[in-house]
Design a protein around this ligand. Sequence first.
Ligand SMILES: Nc1ncnc2c1ncn2[C@@H]1O[C@H](COP(=O)(O)OP(=O)(O)O)[C@@H](O)[C@H]1O
Ligand SMILES: O=P(O)(O)OC[C@H](O)CO
Length: 502
Amino acid sequence: MSDNRKRRYVVALDQGTTSSRAIIYDQNACALAVEQLTFPQYYPEPGHVEHDALEIWETQLQALRQALQKASVQPDEVAAIGITNQRETTVIWERATGRPIAPAIVWQCRRTAGRCDELRRAGYDKIIRSKTGLVVDAYFSGTKAEWLLDRSPELRARAAKGELLFGTIDTWLLWKLSGGRLHITDVTNASRTLLFNIHTLDWDDELLQLFGIPRNMLPTVCGSSEVYGMTDRDLLGVEIPLAGIAGDQQAALFGQGCFAEGMAKNTYGTGCFLLMNTGEMPRESKRGLLTTIAWKIGEEVQYALEGSVFIAGAGVQWLRDELQIVQDAAESERLARSVPDSNGVYVVPAFTGLGAPYWDAYARGGIFGLTRDTSRAHIARAMLEAIAYQTRDVLDAMRADSGLAISRLLVDGGATQNSFLMQYQADLLGTEVVRAADHESTARGAAFLAGLAIGMWSSLDDLRRLAGEQMSFSPQMAAGEREDRYAGWQKAVERVKGWIDA
Ligand SMILES: Nc1ncnc2c1ncn2[C@@H]1O[C@H](COP(=O)(O)OP(=O)(O)O)[C@@H](O)[C@H]1O
Ligand SMILES: O=P(O)(O)OC[C@H](O)CO
């Protein structure tokens, strides 16, 4: 058998906020094996979140090796690897040794909120929005990288000399996978840094100067579907083409087949991210949404509008780990269904501030409407409902910004396994919610991008044909009740805004 015929699988590496996953797909995009390894989250101070970049790399490599073994696929049968990742999380490492200079600063981390206030006060928000499509918020990589370099003048001097490299998680993994030969990113990840001009598709000199980031520490920006290089032979005994890169939310949009303008998906993982394909022109939001790059394939760039919600499934983890009122995430559904409603309780999970459409770094979480008969079931139910309310906030903004009705919302991600949440979501939006057959749309998107690049699949039409069965949730709640419940949520959100001092 010729080498190319033997190579009939595509591997997606999905490096998420809480776990590193590897999934092996065959030519029909069927997942043969999934491996998932969690890694520690570090909270050195309230509102600060860090990861160890080496732990990310080690878990990712181990997940890859284990998935191959589980699927009985030999490394030389893999045609390509696609990478998708938690976005914005920032790593700086030494070019010579590959050693990170500090823990990675995670997208959720609020440590640079003060710097963002300063930038807004100095009037930079308009120029940053027009160049990057983003709002000035600690969420994005720019102020995180600046903070890391500001730790000492020596680091700034080393950065200027080209001794240090910056990367989001895709870049870090590609560096490690290629044995230090590739220092690259793709347009989707670059578009989340605050440093990248989404119109010129290049790092922006004015912004680099503003944040004091030398261009020579930045990765080369590539498309989302092309052969960038090969894996280091020492890792798996053979070289494998690295052929797809996309931030996880853009990958999910692609994996859901949202190739046409106006199609939208919502991914329910640690956070919740609603993206709508807006076609070839960037569309500016007037309501707190982000303009971002959906993907670049060949010379064609597609843009998206995005509503980013920081806490979704993470709220369910909080019920499990901190409140200890459920033993696992699935129990939240049983508990929520054990009561007819939340008994007037609202949870606003603004644990790391509020993202879209509010962008309030100083909001903190709250539980409202408690009475003597409030039970753990009411709180669990209110937490799940909060995920749906936050999505409603974003979808309303997206409908108003785009002028499109969005009559079907495609959904994916770990928390979509919760059918109570999906039904409540449909009820609260008054919109059909369509759950993907394979909730791993993110990994699927990365596999699609890599498979397209090496010719396993030849076109978007080819990919459309690979969609599986879906399950649909139709709205059943009366419009009056829906609006009453939503009004309660809006009242609760007002109470948590600006909770801590700037
Ligand atoms: N049945 C469930 N009900 C509610 N939340 C769930 C359920 N199953 C998983 N989750 C949540 O989904 C998240 C994991 O989804 P995943 O897509 O793997 O996220 P990520 O990529 O952000 O790590 C966790 O935060 C978990 O609490
Ligand atoms: O790891 P996830 O799935 O929660 O995604 C994180 C996002 O990319 C943050 O922007």
